[in-house]
Design a protein around this ligand. Sequence first.
Ligand code: ATP
Length: 382
Amino acid sequence: MAGVTFKNICKVFGKDVKAVDDLNLSIKDQEFMVLVGPSGCGKTTALRMVAGLEEATSGDIMIGDVRVNDVPPKDRDIAMVFQNYALYPHMNVYDNIAFGLRLRELKGFFWQLSHMADAKKIKADIDTRVKEVARMLDIEKYLQRRPKELSGGQRQRVALARAIVRKPKVFLMDEPLSNLDAKLRVQTRAELIRLHRTLGITTIYVTHDQVEAMTMGQRIAIMKDGVLQQCDVPETVYNQPANKFVAGFIGSPPMNFIDAKIVKEDGVVMVDTGEFKLPLGAGHAAGAYEGKPVVLGIRPEAVFDKGMETHVKGTEANTISAKVDVLEPLGPEYVAYLACGKHNMIATIDTGTKIKEGQTAEFIVDLERIHVFDSETEAAIR
Ligand code: ATP
């Protein structure tokens, strides 16, 4: 097993499509790393360069200590799982899983034909491994079926089995769950995490879905326009986003952004939105922005109905008044569309609320969880 390192990796298509721009990222041995970002951000290109399906324009790709830029894909000891499972339709599940193993043994197998005992041993070994992996993925009872006789979820498990059975150094997965329905996606997500825990194989997983990234990744690398924005554990990416893009991309419903400026009142640094002001903690770096425009970020889940019990104490400093335009039931909570004067905001509110649509009410903002961004660079100020 081995880690994977991107060192100053650039990939330019044609003359000027910079798909990946100076990517520096180290994926540790046995780590589950998720590359996430909107369509076209370069995540698939980054993955394909590790696989050797795409050549880096510049920089180094390392698998373990070996620079693999010039190593052919088949010699990189990686296994890839795609969105479309690409199973062989004319082979049954057993042969689909065994195919790669047989291919690898083929050279040795012919050489050993004169030693039938060895050939039999190879066949038995392959059989053991196919059955072991089929058991792991709960597809034992389908081994004799053709892919067309399986559901989407079962096919995806066969594709996974085919990748796992080879015991590669590195797994590369490109949106492997996107063809599955919502329920199966959640289930397979959990299975993949469990498999990773069991096998401990370094995995790079590409997705555009931030929920998938947050739930699966031990660390998450967020990309935009070919540029890595932040790479960290899910909690840090959520609680301390490096910039406005990451803040808006991670979390659902997304963070509210409000144009504001920094003012000082009695020595306290405040974010002033024109409709309400919120104080920032002592020593907040936004103090250096006095009089300058910034963007205030408030997560919907950091806003509470003042009329209900919450863990955040309501004070004059953290209370805002807003009209509730719409209350959208989401099962365990409401998504409330609020109008605070000229600013629109979303808040997730407990369904026990007494607030009705059209009413003006008071809300508490958790001051520990507000964010401030530089209006120009969009970098977080904290
Ligand atoms: P998606 O989620 O839509 O697959 P992605 O983040 O994986 O997007 P990439 O497929 O890596 O993005 O593409 C990154 C950029 O490179 C895009 O602008 C894309 O149009 C461009 N690109 C990708 N492959 C090629 C190619 N073979 N030739 C030219 N441009 C390409």
